[in-house]
Design a protein around this ligand. Structure first.
Ligand code: GLN
Length: 501
């Protein structure tokens, strides 16, 4: 039995049943990491303690204990989630060499569930980006085609799971960063309800939008990992208790699927449209009710996301000043010079762009025109989403308007890059849970950038949103999608060296 072809559910069961040792599982995945990470660049750091952690799990099983629902399962952690004893860089020079003195709550939860921490994965610097090309430590390649981006900002986590370097990974999603890479890498990726998963130890980007979520190859694995991550945490003031955020079961009977009109309008790649419409047709044939719904303000989503997220980021990132944390520029003449040199040298171009945009949006004289107006539109979107759920159980559409694009194709075109999340940001702004599920594959004919047309088959994701707290409904949809398209579940990315270039 090759552990790398198993799901997390299967690995945990086999480890508990003593059919596999956690050490053997880790050795198998570590061998794949060593072999394929030089091509993919998905991991920034492999946990040197992982083998010892696996041995400790085996010892507990041998002693008759139950190590937990993730017994012996290696889990990769996006490198903007802090881990005690391992670096946390946020893929930024400004944090290079910094080691957190504590574990994020989600990492504590993973350890308590018997998981083995595999290491830290690459991302766009401070989670700002949609292609993983903004990393200070180099881009990540998409295992489905190494010429394409894996998406971002959780690109390392997505590539690692898609290439079976780990069965599970954590991402963070502020405006699509779990779901867009899930769509690009043929994975399940969940952005939970705001307040469902603790943000304690997640390096803050835009605190009113950030959530941590799983990237997995199956629906059951997504539900399993989310179950371990979710829960109230007194260390996060926005974390909700079960009485504030109940977790109702999925509805009985056929789902009412709201098809968001604005998500199938202009700007959608024809190949993506074809895959998504075919998937929805299957749901209809299987007895689901398709409901036509409209979110009239969704079209403002990207504009207001980039006002609110940059405003929050400009405040959150003020702590990297050369005094605390890792990097400090040399030869500063005075304190102000230290700040400007450290930040000038330590941050990459996209992070600087965001800090400038956010500082401008918040500045006196512009606050009412930009930040306050964006908050008002956010309220409209929230209300429209709530109203749409009066007629349906989930809201469905494409996760991303395009298939994965070629490395370099959009790097000089921030606006096109930003539009990649035009459907995804709605869930962050509304605070509702959203899941991207694998929907099929397409050719890249809709893309115009040079070289992209040569890429043969690229993953396409379908996004479903649900009411706050209704993650179970999303998992029910994901299981339904697996049953409707069983051929998709069997497809795994080719080993990178086997891809012809
Ligand atoms: N791609 C979006 C951005 O660049 C979303 C990022 C995220 O969700 N962390 O802001």
């Amino acid at each position: 039995m090759d552990p790398c072809s198993l799901t997390a559910v299967q690995i945990a069961r086999a480890v508990k049943a003593r059919e596999l040792t956690a050490v053997a599982v880790w050795e198998a995945f570590e061998a794949r990491i060593r072999r394929f990470n030089p091509t993919l660049n998905a991991f920034l750091h492999v946990n040197p303690q992982a083998a010892a952690e696996a041995a400790a799990i085996d010892a507990r099983v041998a002693a008759g204990e139950d190590p937990g629902p993730l017994a012996g399962v290696p889990v990769a952690v996006k490198d903007n989630i802090v881990t005690c004893g391992m670096p946390t860089t946020c893929a930024s020079r400004i944090l290079e060499g910094w080691v957190s003195p504590y574990d994020a709550t989600v990492v504590k939860n993973l350890r308590a569930a018997g998981a083995v921490i595999a290491g830290k994965t690459n991302l766009d610097e401070f989670a700002m980006g949609g292609s993983n090309e903004n990393s200070a430590f180099g881009p990540v390649r998409n295992p489905w085609d190494p010429r394409a981006v894996p998406g971002g900002s959780s690109g390392g986590s997505a590539a690692a799971v898609a290439a079976r370097l780990v069965p599970l990974a954590l991402g963070s999603d502020t405006g699509g960063s779990v779901r867009q890479p899930a769509s690009f890498c043929h994975l399940h990726g969940l952005k939970p309800t705001y307040g469902r998963v603790s943000r304690h130890g997640l390096v803050a980007f835009a605190s009113s939008l950030d959530q941590i979520g799983p990237l997995t190859r199956t629906a059951d694995d997504a539900a399993l990992l989310h179950g371990v991550l979710a829960g109230h945490d007194p260390h996060d003031a926005t974390s909700l208790r079960p009485d504030q955020l109940p977790s109702p079961p999925a509805p009985d009977g056929p789902l009412r699927v709201g098809v968001v009109r604005e998500f199938l309008a202009e700007g959608l790649d024809p190949g993506v449209r074809e895959v998504v419409e075919a998937a929805l047709a299957k749901w209809k044939a299987a007895g689901a009710t398709l409901v036509d719904v409209s979110l009239p303000s969704a079209g403002f989503g990207i504009a207001i996301y980039y006002l609110l997220a940059t405003s929050e980021a400009s405040s959150n990132l003020s702590r990297y000043d050369g005094v605390r944390y890792a990097f400090r520029a040399a030869d500063a003449r005075n304190l102000e010079d230290l700040y400007s040199r450290t930040r000038g040298q330590g941050f990459g171009a996209e992070v600087k762009r965001r800090i400038l945009l956010g500082t401008y949006a918040l500045s006196a004289g512009w606050y009412d025109a930009y930040y306050r107006k964006a908050q008002q539109v956010r309220t409209l979107i929230r209300r429209e989403v709530a109203a749409a759920f009066e007629t349906c159980d989930v809201l469905a559409g494409p996760t991303v308007p395009t298939p994965p694009f070629a490395l370099g194709a959009l790097i000089d075109d921030p606006l096109s890059m930003y539009l990649s999340d035009m459907y995804a940001v709605v869930a962050n702004l509304a605070g509702v849970p959203a899941l991207s599920v694998p929907a099929g594959f397409t050719r890249a004919e809709g893309m115009t950038a040079d070289g992209v047309g040569a890429i043969p088959t690229l993953p396409v994701g379908l996004q479903v949103m649900a009411r706050p707290g209704h993650e179970e409904t999303l998992f029910a949809f994901a299981r339904g999608q697996e049953a409707l398209a069983p051929e998709l579940g069997g497809r795994v990315a080719p080993d990178p060296e086997e891809v012809s270039r």
